[in-house]
Unconditional design. Structure first.
Length: 246
């Protein structure tokens, strides 16, 4: 099978982007976008589809097993992980790879996602002491821990932009996990920050619902986080009970 790997590229230090096509041929139906990028960069002399010399393609990767989220990018217009994007599944010969648009581009397919971790620091998402959550809360905390912080959910969120007051869905799983475990003394400040940076900015469009590479039920986590951080803090006993009894 022959593919055209079409990449939206940008040189380091530049603000201008350009498209470059590469030919990739394989007999393996399980090859992914990550496989293609690795193969292209392994060529002794990388040339584009016209035979012109090209520099190595910059992109991020680590585990290549859908466990780290480093290889997040736009693949045929949709955010996803390059290691999870099987070329044959797209049903077309042209595979378009672009960097995520919600973050500053460093070079080619590599973007600066440091704002994700700065937002988590702003939310003060850490435990100051050990905790012993209930069985229900342990289940919720475990599901939340699946989040890769890849940024795919933010890429399609109409309310998120890097540096904005709204921190987006990527902050919800971590907040949910911590709220399910922290003591009453820690709870008040975290719930206030959640209301300010997540609850008040979310338009409830749920564009993130079907985009998560780990298939996290973002709607469920959002409902639970709102109940834990907002309704419980405001004294709404019905919502507090519903979270613990689901």
């Amino acid at each position: 099978m022959k593919y055209t790997i079409r990449i939206l590229r940008r040189d380091r230090g530049s603000t201008e982007s350009y498209i470059q096509d590469f030919e990739y041929e394989t007999e393996n139906d399980s090859d992914t976008a990550a496989t293609a990028l690795t193969s292209l960069n392994s060529r002794e002399a990388l040339t584009d589809i016209s035979g012109l010399p090209a520099r190595a393609i910059e992109w991020e990767c680590s585990c290549l097993q859908k466990k780290c989220g480093a290889c997040a990018m736009r693949i045929n217009g949709r955010p996803g992980l390059a290691c999870d994007a099987v070329l044959a599944d797209f049903g077309k010969n042209i595979i378009e790879l672009e960097p995520l648009r919600k973050f500053p581009v460093i070079c080619d397919l590599t973007v600066d996602r440091s704002i994700l971790f700065e937002n988590l620091k702003t939310l003060r998402l850490w435990l100051a002491q050990t905790s012993d959550p209930s069985d229900k809360m342990q289940e919720l905390a475990y599901e939340s821990s699946e989040c890769l912080q890849c940024g795919c959910c933010l890429e399609i969120c109409p309310n998120f932009y890097a540096g904005g007051k709204f921190f987006g869905m990527s902050a919800v799983p971590v907040t949910t996990r911590l709220l399910a475990q922290m003591s009453k003394a820690e709870y008040k400040e975290i719930s206030r920050l959640y209301s300010k940076h997540i609850f008040s900015g979310c338009g409830k469009s749920l564009a993130c619902r079907d985009i998560c590479p780990k298939k996290i039920d973002t709607e469920k986590l959002l409902v639970n986080a709102n109940a834990l951080a907002v309704w419980k803090r405001n004294g709404n006993a019905h919502f507090a009970r519903s979270v613990n009894n689901e």
